[in-house]
Design a protein around this ligand. Structure first.
Ligand SMILES: Cc1cc2nc3c(=O)[nH]c(=O)nc-3n(C[C@H](O)[C@H](O)[C@H](O)COP(=O)(O)OP(=O)(O)OC[C@H]3O[C@@H](n4cnc5c(N)ncnc54)[C@H](O)[C@@H]3O)c2cc1C
Length: 428
């Protein structure tokens, strides 16, 4: 049996390594950090939301037809089965899956144990700078530091650019590019959005339930709705955050990248439909005559939001509401259904959970093997696949890691383990 190199000891690389080793390949994981799986420890706020029972390809961006084929080969059930067989109990929180102790370290330790048990070798502090097959003998040479080693197959599992402190700083894209692969432009995803609006200084720190819509702002004041999300929005002094913001951040980031204008409309009263809202406005205005503006808005939203609304409309909290007149009061109230923020940028990769873009899927086979360079495989975030928040990105790491690991081991079998034969001859 031949040798498989896995470049990157993250979630996808470790799954690939275990899978290939279980099929008999001699596997070495090359990891530039001094330990594997650094990123896993920070996932799900340290609890690791490793998959989700509410599963479909709709939760992903990328070629969904191709993705279905991949997920049919290694599904959520398969991932759960993998961890349960290894000894990890699973907690299901409304479909969101976690290790039973809700400690990300449990997932990492299970993967490390399985690597050890299946005989995977780990080269730490091994920053791979080049992969070549200059000899034309069907083998790939991995260059790390001052050393090199030959392999029958190489799996690129270097991650993307998100959270570079964990090791994934875009190096994998450079390696893939050198091998002749096209990289779809990358942007940060599942990340906070930075906004131009100065009123955010007042609302910083507020968290509230809201429905938000991402719009492209076109010429002539035309706005096109691209995506809607609902959940807890967090206002920061530079912009907006929270799960619903993360979910639409990728589309916003691409709009900005393409030089387009993006805005988000925030409905601060998502529990009310238009009619209920109009009725509420009517009742409130009937009671306006003996109230200050601050009192008029009391109970509608967080106090900081109310004060911001008053200030933005050019009034003062102590102004008499009754004196404003129906039109201006209505305008003030309508702001709660449609508060606009204008997007400046997505926060940087330092703050992002994933990378959108990457090695284009139409240049890899159904076995995640390079169409251009047989023997080179890809797994994880390095590929042009990213998912919504909720365990979908780690599920992609497990699925793609499994497929790449299995396919690499099968290539070794087909090749008859050239590296082994060669080393055997050398020893003789
Ligand atoms: C804060 C945070 C929270 C998250 N929470 C969740 C969550 O709860 N659920 C979920 O599904 N997803 C979550 N994600 C996303 C998820 O962690 C990633 O999508 C997933 O870990 C990607 O796995 P990967 O193996 O492709 O890449 P990575 O985990 O990034 O691993 C790549 C590895 O390759 C190594 N490497 C890179 N280049 C080289 C090189 N040249 N030579 C040697 N080694 C190299 C890196 O050091 C790294 O260890 C979160 C991400 C972050 C940042």
């Amino acid at each position: 049996m031949g040798r498989v190199a896995v470049i990157g000891g993250g979630a996808s690389g470790m799954m690939a390594a275990v899978t290939a080793a279980r099929l008999g390949a001699k596997v070495t994981v090359y990891e530039k950090n001094d330990r594997v799986g650094k990123k896993i420890l920070v996932t799900g706020n340290g609890k690791c939301n490793f998959s989700n029972r509410d599963f479909s390809e709709r939760h992903y961006y990328g070629d969904r037809k191709k993705l279905k084929v991949f997920f049919d080969r290694f599904s959520v059930e398969d991932a759960v089965d993998f961890f349960i067989r290894a000894g990890m109990l699973v907690k299901d929180k409304g479909g969101y899956l976690y290790p039973w102790p809700e400690q990300a370290s449990a997932v990492l330790e299970i993967l490390r144990m399985e690597m050890r048990r299946s005989g995977v070798k780990t080269e730490l502090c091994a920053d791979v700078k080049r992969i070549g097959n200059e000899k034309g003998n069907g083998l790939w040479t991995v260059y790390f530091g001052t050393e090199k080693a030959e392999h029958d197959a190489v799996i690129l599992a270097c991650g993307g650019c998100a959270a570079p402190k964990t090791g994934s700083n875009g190096d994998g894209f450079a390696l893939a590019r050198k091998l002749g692969h096209r990289i779809r432009p990358v942007v940060p995803a599942l990340v906070q959005l930075r906004c131009k609006d100065h009123f955010l200084k007042i609302t910083a720190g507020v968290r509230c339930q809201a429905k938000i819509g991402l719009y492209e702002e076109k010429k002539g004041g035309i706005r096109e709705l691209l995506q809607e999300e609902e959940g807890e929005v967090q206002f920061t002094d530079y912009g907006i955050s929270g799960i619903p913001v993360f979910q639409l951040s990728r589309q916003a980031a691409y709009l900005i990248e393409e030089g387009k204008a993006a805005a988000v409309s925030i409905d601060l009263l998502p529990q009310m439909d238009r009619q209920e809202f109009e009725e509420m406005c009517g009742q409130r205005m009937e009671n306006a005559y003996d109230r200050t503006l601050e009192e008029f808005l009391l109970g509608l939203a967080n106090k900081k939001i109310n004060l911001m609304m008053i200030k933005e409309a050019g009034h003062k909290p102590a102004d008499e509401a009754g004196r404003l007149g129906e039109k201006r009061l209505k305008k003030l109230l309508y702001g709660y259904k449609e508060l606009w923020v204008h997007i400046d940028a997505a926060n940087s990769f330092d703050h992002a959970q994933v990378t959108a873009g990457g090695v284009e899927l139409d240049e890899v086979t159904q076995n995640l093997e390079s169409e251009k360079r047989p023997g080179i495989f890809f797994a994880g975030e390095i590929l042009d696949v990213d998912g919504r928040c909720g365990g979908y990105n780690l599920q992609w790491a497990w699925t793609s890691g499994y497929i790449a690991g299995k396919s690499a081991a099968q290539r070794c079998q087909k090749q008859g383990g050239k590296t082994e034969k060669k080393n055997g001859r050398q020893r003789e």
